[in-house]
Design a protein around this ligand. Structure first.
Ligand code: GAL
Length: 117
């Protein structure tokens, strides 16, 4: 669970779950992509980005909304924001149990991260 919030006037941030340089789950909110708010999800394996997943029921981020949770099941990552289900991302990397790195970058103020079950 990641406690933080987008910076005021945030443009972009990303959360990457990684195994070495490979990104098993790239979660990339873009606040103004040609005037639209999108969340791009993808993998990057051996330096190559896969196909982007962009469908979204709603855009959940605004300043002051404090946290999100990423769960990993045997078949997918599940993202909740403010205790509300947002999206899932089916595993593409088979050895997702080797994910060791959580990278959080961009226009976000991070408070803290709670890991584990
Ligand atoms: C690229 C961008 C990367 C990553 C990727 C996701 O255009 O430069 O940072 O977001 O899209 O598909």
């Amino acid at each position: 669970t990641i406690y933080g919030e987008p910076k005021p006037n945030a443009e972009i941030f990303q959360i990457n779950l990684q195994k070495g340089d490979d990104v098993a789950f790239h979660f990339n909110p873009r606040f103004n992509e040609d005037g639209k708010q999108v969340i791009v999800r993808n993998t990057r394996i051996k330096g190559v980005w896969g196909h982007e997943e962009r469908q979204l029921p709603f855009f959940p981020f605004s300043p002051g909304r404090p946290f999100m949770k990423i769960s990993c099941t045997s078949s997918e990552f599940i993202v909740e924001v403010d205790d509300r289900y947002l999206l899932s991302f089916s595993h593409r990397m088979k050895d997702h149990h080797h994910i060791k790195t959580l990278a959080i970058e961009g226009d976000v103020v991070l408070k803290y991260v709670v890991t584990g079950m």
